[in-house]
Design a protein around this ligand. Structure first.
Ligand SMILES: *Cc1c(COP(=O)(O)O)cnc(C)c1O
Length: 223
């Protein structure tokens, strides 16, 4: 079942890429394993998915212990008291959502080695969602070039849940536009756009996603 789901998902990623005149190589599948066991996560990794993600630091520690050969991504909130233990296990932290966390990660990276991160933006304008506001782009542009403890690879967002995924399009387009502005103002290169989940990944790809974070669609029918 897992192999079938994966083949279907890869096929849909490829089709969405082609529809938007992009090459499928430019889109990474990040498999979100938060709802499945270590065994299922390992099986998926062995089917050829190198990138796995968890949203809670403790769960990432546990699964990383069992599957250290995967490239692990943190996609949920990182409390600063868990930073030291979490950062060394992560290939990429997608969910840097506040100036306080940004500063703490920068300090950690200066002591050790630059920390690969994405800046999480709240483009759905829902109060419950974390992240920087698109209006903070000027403030961020002033400080990002000085953060030499970080390797800022791009931006991340979560769209609101809509029955019609096309309604997510403005949030994805906004993230891309925020990225373009940050690049222009800082001269930094911010190639990665982590956007799109099971419900809306094809629209996200059409709007420029380079990473889609998929959970439920991969594990449907998998016990
Ligand atoms: C759970 C989660 C996902 C995956 O969601 P699905 O709808 O199961 O694909 C993606 N991104 C984040 C930040 C999540 O917390």
């Amino acid at each position: 079942m897992l192999a079938v789901n994966l083949a279907r998902v890869n096929d849909r990623i490829h089709q969405a890429a082609r529809r938007s005149g992009r090459t499928p190589d430019g889109i990474q599948l990040i498999a979100v394993t938060k709802s499945v066991s270590v065994e299922t996560a390992r099986e998926l990794h062995q089917l050829g998915v190198p990138n796995l993600a968890e949203s809670r630091p403790q769960k990432l520690w546990e699964k990383h212990d069992s599957i250290p050969e995967a490239r692990w991504h943190l996609i949920g909130h990182l409390q600063r008291n868990k930073l030291e233990r979490t950062v060394p296990l992560c290939s990429l932290i997608h969910s840097v959502d506040s100036l306080r966390l940004l500063t703490a990660l920068d300090a950690f990276g200066r002591k050790h080695q630059p920390v690969p991160i994405l800046l999480q933006f709240n483009c759905s304008h829902e109060e419950v969602k974390g992240g920087f506001q698109p209006e903070q782009v000027h403030e961020l542009a002033d400080i990002l070039p000085g953060l030499i403890g970080l390797r800022i690879e791009g931006l991340m967002t979560m769209a609101a849940l809509h029955a019609d995924p096309d309604l997510c399009r403005p949030a994805f387009a906004e993230l891309r536009s925020v990225r373009d502005k940050l690049q222009q103002r800082t001269g930094l290169s911010l190639p990665s756009l982590s956007m799109g989940m099971s419900n809306d990944f094809e629209v996200a790809i059409e709007e420029g996603a380079t990473m889609v974070r998929l959970g439920s669609i991969l594990f449907e029918g998998v016990s």
